[in-house]
Design a protein around this ligand. Structure first.
Ligand code: GDP
Ligand code: IMO
Ligand code: MG
Length: 423
């Protein structure tokens, strides 16, 4: 069973990119299976910092196949500019494969995403990344999407694009909002299709051949379980299956092939965009965490909302994704805290609950019940083994482990590859 999966267990930005890069040292193939360039995965190697949006985070390890699977929605123009930027920085991107079945984010999807957001009332806004993710998945479900396979026939691709773009433009015109410049957009799409042409293939076949050959495979989740279309804080979620189970549909991998599920979890909690966040610190303490953790979106640059560790949402994520290897990141960000709070339950309508209410209004009304732990108040960024962590840091980690019911495998104490060790 050579397939491992790595997923986010909170609201995204847990440090998945860093961990994928670290784990890929022993891996033959890295696969993205959902989402699109709403993701921003940061990898720091030496003094170089890279932010990946569609290219799998295994790209920095020569010889590793990097697959963009069928479950993604791919902005071809965005993907090509990301790949060219990597090439300019000396990174070989020839190992990228793009699934024929991946749906394409078109310029009109991005306009639609922005229009949907702008016309919503304040309490209904999702705070999307405006990358066209929702409208593209909607077209996929409506069975009107354009896919990567369509780029292999340029004339047919142009016809499909112009037909759909015209229909969207009619709609935009009727709403008196920005339309797509068909000729300018087509020039960019044609360039992207020509660049990507040789990478488009049946990735379900290449993946399953690799499984059969006993290759080591790592699937790279984007976003986090609380942004999952089914399990997240709906409607303040993304439009894809972000939990480990998404690998089966989104990459064409049988559940029988899966071995380990890594759950990446920040030592505190962040969220970018709108929606309920029970442990949010909307005050100076939250601002201090934001500064200490550099909590600004890797894709949009928006400040991330910050708060204490929430064992209820994180435990739910470990349960639905079947996490057996927990990876705690950004422990170092808590180095200066004299006291740490962990949310172990919620109070709702006078009752104590330990589940995530499905109703977003109820979730926004819960009051976190906290347990306090003493901080360690010393730097951990140079620590390279679990036993060398301050005792209070180990106690904090072990309490998290207990509360979310998953065993810690890896701890990360800084953004760099080397600031990582196993328990
Ligand atoms: P992803 O979307 O899950 O890949 O995470 P992002 O890249 O959006 O955000 C994580 C941020 O934290 C990035 O800036 C990383 O470089 C950084 N990071 C990752 N792990 C650690 C860590 O253990 N400590 C610190 N201080 N930063 C980290
Ligand atoms: P990574 O992979 C954090 C959030 C957006 C918004 C909601 C819906 O870097 O962890 P969308 O554009 O997907 O329709 O937005 O989801 N969101 C993310 N938040 N990290 C991400 O990805 C995210 N991708 C989407 O902020 O709240
Ligand atoms: Mg991110």
């Amino acid at each position: 069973m050579p397939v491992d999966i790595l997923v986010g267990t909170q609201w995204g930005d847990e440090g998945k990119g860093k961990l994928i890069d670290v784990l890929t040292k022993d891996i033959d193939m890295v696969i993205r299976f959902q989402g699109g360039n709403n993701a921003g995965h940061t990898v720091e190697i030496g003094d170089e910092k890279y932010v990946l949006h569609l290219v799998p985070s295994g790209i920095f390890r020569p010889g590793v196949a990097c697959v963009i699977g069928n479950g993604l929605v791919v902005d071809p123009i965005g993907l090509v500019s990301e790949m060219r930027e990597l090439e300019e920085r000396g990174i070989d991107v020839s190992a990228v494969q793009l699934s024929t079945r991946a749906h394409l984010v078109m310029p009109y999807h991005k306009l639609m995403d922005a229009f949907n957001e702008e016309t919503k009332t304040r309490d209904k806004k999702i705070g999307t990344t405006k990358r066209g993710i929702g409208p593209t998945y909607a077209d996929k479900a409506n069975r009107t999407g354009i896919r990567a396979v369509d780029m292999l026939d340029l004339a047919g691709f142009e016809r499909k694009f112009r037909e759909q773009a015209t229909a969207y433009n009619d709609l935009f015109s009727s709403k008196d909002t920005e339309t797509v410049d068909l000729d300018a957009a087509w020039a960019e799409l044609k360039d992207a299709a020509e660049y990507l042409n040789s990478m488009i293939c049946d990735t379900v076949v290449t993946i399953n051949q690799a499984i059969k050959a006993g290759k080591n495979i790592l699937c790279e989740g984007a976003q986090g379980a609380l942004l999952d279309i089914d399990h997240g804080t709906y409607p303040f979620v993304t439009s894809s299956t972000t939990i480990s189970g998404g690998v089966c549909g989104g990459a064409g991998i049988s559940p029988r092939a899966v071995r380990n599920v890594y759950g990446v979890m920040k030592a505190y909690t962040t969220r970018v965009g709108e929606g309920p966040f029970p442990t949010e610190l909307d005050n100076a303490a939250g601002e201090a965490l934001r500064q200490a953790g550099g909590e600004f979106g890797a894709t949009t640059g928006r400040p991330r909302r910050c708060g204490w560790f929430d064992a209820i949402i994180s435990g739910y994520s470990c349960m639905v994704s079947g996490v057996n290897k927990l990876t705690i990141t950004k422990l170092d960000v808590l180095d200066d805290q004299p006291e740490l709070l962990i949310c172990t339950a919620y109070e709702l309508d006078g009752e104590t609950i330990n589940t995530v209410p499905a109703d977003p209004i109820k979730l926004s009304e819960v009051k976190p019940i906290y347990e306090s732990m003493p901080g360690w108040e010393c730097p951990t960024t140079e620590v390279r083994s679990y036993d060398d962590l301050p005792e209070n840091a180990r106690k904090y980690l072990e309490r998290i482990e207990e509360l979310v019911d998953a065993e810690i495998d890896i701890v990360s104490v800084g953004p760099n590859r080397v600031q990582t060790f196993q328990k």
